[in-house]
Design a protein around this ligand. Sequence first.
Ligand code: FES
Length: 174
Amino acid sequence: MFVSSQERLKSDISAWLDRFGRDRTALMPVLQEIQKKYTHVSPYAMQIIADAVGIHPVEVQSVVSFYAFLDQSPKGRFVIRLCNTISCDMQGKAQVAQQLRNDLGIDFGQTTTDGKFSLDWAACLGMCDQGPALLVNDIIHTRVTAAMVHDILETCRKTFGVYALETKHEEGHA
Ligand code: FES
């Protein structure tokens, strides 16, 4: 039976609400699950959650826009966000940024053509004394150097097989 992407999203959200509860305390964990599986939180997803936990969709949207690791438009499987605020700037952010551009072949604000990586700037990540700081999805890396970029990306690439299996599994149930 054909299951539309909206029906699948609705069903996933319902399962996560069953797990985390149907009140506002479930908001963050459910948003994180949506981000992890769908690489962004769409307006439709925000509406479903808002209805389920009894809050206004604008409140859900304000949470999504507040947190750097939540996106409102589709992104790569791994979203790399480099802090673009002053302390990290003074601790070598520019070299890390250039290494990321070189290794991924994209600029900030772009996604690789295979959909695996997105590169974005982030405002202060709260690790100013340990900069430069970057996020890979919701995992933070501190004191990042240009030399560390290769290993960080390799760790991501090693997990692609896991995502490929998950996608295949999900398609099998569509
Ligand atoms: S300035 Fe980069 S983490 Fe605060």
